[in-house]
Design a protein around this ligand. Sequence first.
Ligand code: MRU
Length: 346
Amino acid sequence: MIPTIEWDGDQVRMVDQRKLPSEIEWYICRGYRDVIKAIEKMVIRGAPAIGVAAAMGLALGARSIRTKKTAAFKVRFKEIGEEMLHARPTAVNLRWAVERMIGLVEEMPGHPADEIKTSLRQESEKILAEDIEINRKMGMNGQGLIPEGATILTHCNAGSLATGGYGTALGVIRAAHERGKKIQVIADETRPWLQGLRLTAFELMEDGIPVSVIADNAAGSLMRQKRIDLVITGADRIAANGDVANKIGTYQVAVLAKTNKIPFYVAAPLSTIDPTIKTGEMIPVEQRGPEEISRFGKLELGPPGVQALNPAFDITPAKYVSAIITEKGVIKSPFRTGIRDLLRSS
Ligand code: MRU
């Protein structure tokens, strides 16, 4: 699989996900503002990948700070972190990564700025490596929930490209496949960015995992015909009570799954859980531009001036979630205590 993001000498490069799978093009970030732009414009997307990008972006930002004085360095570094936080509001992994990088600077009082800059770059590399490791553990923990021969529905792309590598929801699917289970995947195309068609199908086909893409509105009918055994998605933020923010359309899939008595699983690292948010109602949902709905690429499809609503995420209440798969174990209802206990023990 192509690396999602990596250091390339003194710059950060990421595969431009807007162009996949037809073109494999590298997007080069020389400074932290290039990273902010890449996150805003969907060059890189997916909650854990956004976290890794933010960490690397902050390491780039640190390099641009000229002062040698530690106190002044800290002030400017925090300002850069604040700017980074606004790139995309829903995925909490972004804030998690920014706080971890600022925390590192706090732990190095009195160290020369150059030393701090080196440590920040190393920390961003560590965050990338840890993310892949976490996804493999999540895969191991979740694969037991997938029966032999299962047909699995997934929404959006929660794969290698949405993370440092291996994936969350697709990591669980990969782990089941690696253990020899004969499974197949149905991928929602995921309007308007088509992450399911362009990215999930691409990743699974590369791995030789059978996959069929469906229009988003076909999922309910397939469930009613008993052609789907379970659903697995990723998450952008999970509230303390287990409510899940994920790609727009996830909520309707979860409701349909419950109505059709199909398990609905969410795979996410602990960095996606936001214990400061009590319920999903408090999670900020990003609203993107109407042109993403009314146009197809550069082609205007709607009547000129048509209005469109474009919430990028929705909230699935915990009552629709059968289990949350993490790197530390699988949490089942009641989620509030399960999440609290898991976070305390880690
Ligand atoms: O808008 P996107 O493509 O960043 O949305 C991505 C999703 O909703 C994913 O399901 C989520 O980030 C989990 S990725 C492991």
